[in-house]
Design a protein around this ligand. Structure first.
Ligand code: SAH
Length: 513
């Protein structure tokens, strides 16, 4: 062993799973977050890179300068070089590194260089994609074994290394990786060695992802079907009677919004919840923030209120953002929740209330009605005459609360804690998807989302990019704003909630089939 590795040198060989980001292991995610350098592959979902540290160096192992694929020896050399330089390196590979992933070769290079490593197993495509296609690899009474086989063996091989006879004679499930191009040879070989021509076969492309495509047929006809429909890699080929179970067990690619790409135009920090609701129905949510939450022009007002906190009887929070910025400034002033000791707390809506919990605060008052009017109403039964109330607010907050509370005799101070601004631009990926007509539906959850989108893109470009896109507006005011910009509104839920909006989308797209 000629090298001595740096004391920090360490490589994590991480299986990223088959595509859906949630299918990485807990340990894999943990190790990604520890890495100084992440070297990732084509088949590893890029979404996982957000688990890397923001300052980590990200290296795409697929192409060199966008040109040709790196050779395996070059990847090995890169791993060794980065680790020897004293880095913790995460090598992120699609599926599992040790299943047709050349992980063994990379480990050999690490052993030769004296670099310590840890292997984090992943969900291999043969397991992940079949599960998401509703095909159990084994099934009691149907099949007792399963084989993972490369479908990539060169045609010119005089003597195949694959035991075609063994694979063909039994009733076991056979999963071919990298076999789409060779499908005619594969199916011919299996039939020639004794598998019945009517054996069911499924091709699963981009399994577990929103783009998943499944084609089913038999050994006799699947190659021709694949040719006719232009079915392409990356896909696995599943051969065996278990494929029939898909008819009954299919669960993923028949969800009401499966395969739909839906634009979510909420503020980035609120998009996650709606995205998750859409995702649960099979949609791919494409985040397109049209509202950014930023600090006020100056902290003076809020800081001054915070400095006099013990003089207030009440503090009213109407959003998670208000809570966030208030506590940021409280912390900046060198204080903590105890500064609210004399102050009672009103939180509007369950989410705002929940955002107070990490600060050890349980609200005294949570109005049933989440609007400003509801806050005023609930204070009617508190005696607030002559009481001082602090209301840290967003710059676009209506005057309902300060006015209403003042009418009840309170003295209200309402410093701006954050501003809603329109971002200058959309994420470049979103524009590309709109231009390529890959978005099925755009959702607007407030007038400002559509107005801001128009402001960012310009009205003509908005109309052009949304041509043919289904438009969903959460309520009549938002719908009117859409129409004023010249957009036709196709979906409007009865109730103005995200849940109702999600339901209306599902109905709409199910009806359209
Ligand atoms: N190490 C990977 C396999 C890499 S070989 C794993 O364990 O999954 C590349 C082949 O894997 C592709 O040609 C395809 O056959 C298969 N594959 C990888 N991801 C896939 C996916 N999401 N859906 C279907 N097949 C996939």
């Amino acid at each position: 062993m000629s090298h001595t590795s740096h004391p920090n040198s360490l490589v994590y060989l991480i299986g990223a799973g088959p595509g859906a980001p949630g299918l990485i292991t807990v340990r894999g995610k943990e190790c990604l977050g520890l890495a100084d350098v992440v070297i990732y592959d084509y088949l590893a979902n890029d979404d996982l890179l957000r688990f890397a540290r923001p300052d980590a160096e990200l290296i795409y192992a697929g192409k060199v300068g966008g040109l040709h694929n790196r050779e395996q020896w070059q990847i090995n050399a890169l791993l060794v070089e980065k680790a020897l330089a004293g880095n913790v390196v995460a090598r992120l590979k699609g599926g599992d590194s040790f299943v047709f992933g050349r992980g063994g070769e990379e480990c050999e290079a690490l052993v030769d260089a004296g670099i310590p490593f840890e292997i984090v197993p992943g969900v291999t495509a043969g397991i992940g994609a079949t599960a998401y296609a509703g095909i159990p690899l084994t099934h009691r009474g149907v099949t007792t074994s399963v084989a993972f086989v490369t479908g990539h063996e060169g045609h010119d091989k005089e003597v195949s290394q694959i035991d075609w006879e063994g694979l063909s004679l039994g009733s076991g499930t056979v999963v071919f990786y990298m076999g789409i191009k060779n499908l005619p040879q594969i199916t011919k070989n299996l039939m020639a060695h004794g598998r019945p021509a009517e054996t069911p076969v499924a091709l699963i492309r981009w399994g577990t992802r929103p783009e998943q495509e499944v084609l089913t047929g038999t050994l006799a006809d699947i190659a021709e079907q694949a040719r006719r429909t232009g079915f392409r890699a990356p896909a696995i080929t599943v051969v065996g009677e278990v494929v029939r179970l898909r008819d009954k067990l299919r669960w993923f690619d028949n969800r009401p919004l499966f395969g739909r790409s839906i634009l979510v135009t909420r503020a980035a920090d609120q998009a996650g919840e709606f995205g998750a609701m859409l995702g649960a129905l099979g949609a791919r949510a494409v985040e397109c923030p049209t509202i950014a939450i930023v600090p006020p022009e100056s902290w003076d007002d809020l800081d001054s209120s915070i400095a006099r906190l013990d003089r207030f009887h009440w503090i009213v929070f109407t959003s998670v953002n208000a809570v966030r910025f208030f506590f940021e400034r409280l912390t900046a002033a060198g204080r903590d929740s105890r500064a609210l000791g004399n102050c009672r707390v009103c939180a509007v809506g369950p989410k705002t209330a929940a955002s107070l919990a990490p600060f050890g605060i349980r609200p005294d008052l949570i109005p049933d009605d989440y609007k400003g009017e509801g806050v005023v109403e609930v204070f009617r039964s508190e005696n607030i005459t002559g009481k001082r109330i602090l209301f840290p607010k967003g710059d676009r907050a209506r005057d309902v609360i300060p006015q209403g509370l003042a009418e009840l005799g309170a003295e209200v101070e309402a410093p701006v804690a954050y501003r809603n601004v329109t971002p200058d631009a959309l994420p470049p990926g979103v524009i590309a998807e709109l231009e390529e007509r890959r978005i099925d539906c755009a959702t607007f959850t407030s007038s400002s989302t559509v107005d801001n989108l128009a402001a960012i893109l310009g009205e003509n470009r908005l109309l052009h990019l949304l041509e043919g896109v289904t438009i969903a507006a959460i309520g009549p005011i938002t719908a009117r704003s859409c129409r004023e910009l010249g957009l036709e509104v196709h979906i409007e839920p009865r109730e103005y909630t995200l849940a109702a909006m999600t339901g209306a989308l599902a109905d709409h797209f199910t009806r359209r089939g």
